[in-house]
Design a protein around this ligand. Structure first.
Ligand SMILES: *[C@@H]1O[C@H](CO)[C@@H](O)[C@H](O)[C@H]1NC(C)=O
Ligand SMILES: *[C@@H]1O[C@H](CO)[C@@H](O)[C@H](O)[C@H]1NC(C)=O
Length: 512
């Protein structure tokens, strides 16, 4: 591993020093890159105690027989109403609360089917429609559904129990498995595998069009895009795609009001620079380690710049290169959980989400969800992960200013103890972003984000832009602070995070 990276380093220098080199550095480097990256993706999955049976849901032979099982209708929709037995009290005030799972046959693909859950709000059908995207890239959104903000949680004996802080308490929420090949989403063609945000955002947009066609009652509801981690890439691209579709009057007008990114990776150029600062400030590394590791920064920055300027060839090398900063920090810590620096990984295990796979591989569950029996649940797809590595170092912040100018709300929030997508890097790109009210945002006061009379975070807002550092939380804010996360969603989607006249409102307290 170390020698691979050294070779990479040298290749990178050769290619960056001499654009007229007669060798072809990108083809030389790609085999080293993919070997190192294959390990990275696999390691990441195993650390969550996830062990998918397949590396992707591309089923070449039997897609037709799957269709028979699904009974896909003319519209491309195969949706079924769920009736799962759930312990506890839903607290629902909606009499005919409905929950659905289904597949949409994605247009503009060879053969892709996107799997989703749709949970109607337990409170009111007029609540906003929210879509949630888990990151990875390549992890199914069921990770959030069952461990973070879904309507129910898994017990140790694989029963379901109502989640008192499910986001379906204040929204009609959709969880999707994407990009294609992830979770229960599948295709018979590997040409449907996505490599960039262009492919990802078009698939999501087409899904959304089909979704609203099938659920016209919700077309006028407010619509919000949310998600976590690598979704810091998907979300700005998807929001921009929806906004463009609206402006071009393509299909159904989508009532996009906002997009929220939790502990995301959005602007790698700024966020990779913040790793050592965050690690030093949190005593993960010493000052001399800090100085040492920072020597990697100029080359990382240059690689990111080349990735941005020249397209895909330099993007994977930039990833390997910059990722070494993160690896260096980890190697100096005592097995710290990089999703939550208050915790340690137990051996190679940082979280145990294995019940997710145990539950979703039960044939009774697959049947209840309308999932073809021959499909396996791919919790996180190695192949989807690797396929997106040209995308990793791209800066998605560039999509955002135009959305803010159109008064579409952006909420960036981050649990303060996450290292991998830490609040510092997120705060920095949010502040550095150039838009018409940037100066006002920068000079806005920090206020307390108050939940149940206690400060749950530090909030900064101006106009459509809000940043929240969430206390006592790691990478997965809705898992660590479920009550605060639900309140945050509720206040944000009802415009009550701040009262505009006072600058301090229902959710926020005194300036801090
Ligand atoms: C499973 O665990 C829950 C508590 O977590 C309990 O209420 C339930 O009775 C258990 N079910 C079975 C079948 O043991
Ligand atoms: C505002 O809060 C952030 C943390 O979210 C902190 O880094 C920053 O220094 C604070 N700014 C002021 C002016 O206190």
């Amino acid at each position: 591993m170390a020698s691979n990276l050294l070779i990479l380093t040298l290749i990178f220098f050769i290619s960056s020093l001499s654009s007229t080199a007669t060798t072809n550095p990108s083809s030389l480097s790609s085999s080293h890159v993919s070997h190192a990256l294959k390990k990275t993706g696999h390691k990441m999955i195993n650390e969550l105690n996830l062990h998918p049976n397949r590396e992707v849901n591309i089923l070449k032979s039997n897609a037709d027989s799957l269709d028979d099982e699904l009974k896909v209708s003319e519209s491309g929709l195969a949706e079924k109403r769920l009736s799962l037995s759930v312990l506890g009290d839903s607290g629902a005030t909606v009499a005919d609360l409905a929950q659905h799972a289904g597949y949409f046959r994605l247009q503009h693909t060879i053969d892709a089917r996107m799997f989703y859950f749709f949970f109607e709000s337990r409170k009111a059908k007029a609540d906003p429609v929210v879509i949630w995207l888990t990151g990875g890239p390549g992890c199914g959104s069921e990770l959030a559904l069952f461990y973070e903000n879904g309507p129910f949680k898994l017990t140790n004996n694989l029963s379901l129990i109502w989640n008192d802080y499910g986001w379906d308490k204040v929204s009609n929420i959709i969880f999707v498995d994407q990009p294609t090949g992830t979770g229960f989403s599948y295709s018979s063609s590997d040409q449907d595998i996505r490599h960039d945000e262009h492919g990802v955002s078009n698939d999501l947009y087409n899904f959304l069009q089909a979704f609203f066609k099938a659920h016209p009652d919700y077309i006028d509801n407010d619509f919000y895009i949310t998600g976590e981690s690598y979704a810091g890439h998907y979300i700005p691209a998807f929001a921009a795609r929806v906004n463009r579709g609206n402006k071009n009057k393509e299909g159904i007008h989508i009532n996009l009001k906002g997009f929220g990114i939790g502990n995301g990776l959005t602007h790698p150029g700024i966020q990779y620079q913040a790793y050592t600062d965050y690690a030093l400030a949190n005593n993960l590394i010493s000052k001399s380690d800090y100085n040492q590791i920072n020597q990697r920064l100029p080359a990382c920055e240059q690689a990111i710049e080349q990735c941005g300027a020249t397209g895909s060839d330099m993007c994977q090398p930039a990833y390997s290169f910059c990722q070494q900063i993160f690896e260096d920090i980890l190697s100096l810590t005592d097995n710290v959980n990089y999703y939550d620096i208050r915790k340690k990984c137990d051996g190679s295990l940082c979280y145990d989400f294995s019940n997710l796979e145990n539950f979703l591989s039960k044939s009774s569950v697959k049947k209840a969800l309308g999932v073809p029996s021959s499909l396996d649940y791919v919790s996180c797809s190695d192949l989807v992960f690797r396929s997106m590595l040209n995308d990793w170092m791209r800066n998605l912040e560039v999509e955002i200013p135009a959305l803010l100018e159109d008064k579409i709300q952006l909420l960036v929030y981050a649990g303060e103890y996450d290292l991998i997508c830490n609040w510092l890097g997120n705060s920095r790109w949010v502040h550095a972003m150039s838009w018409s009210d940037q100066k006002d945002f920068i000079s806005a006061l920090n206020v307390s984000f108050i939940v149940d009379g206690k400060e749950a975070g530090i909030l900064k807002n101006h106009g459509p832009l809000t940043f929240i550092k969430v206390h006592n939380a790691g990478h997965m804010v809705p898992m660590d602070q479920p009550r605060a996360a639900l309140k945050m969603l509720e206040l944000w989607t009802t415009g009550k995070l701040l009262q505009p006249n006072k600058g301090v409102g229902a959710g926020a307290g005194a300036p801090v």
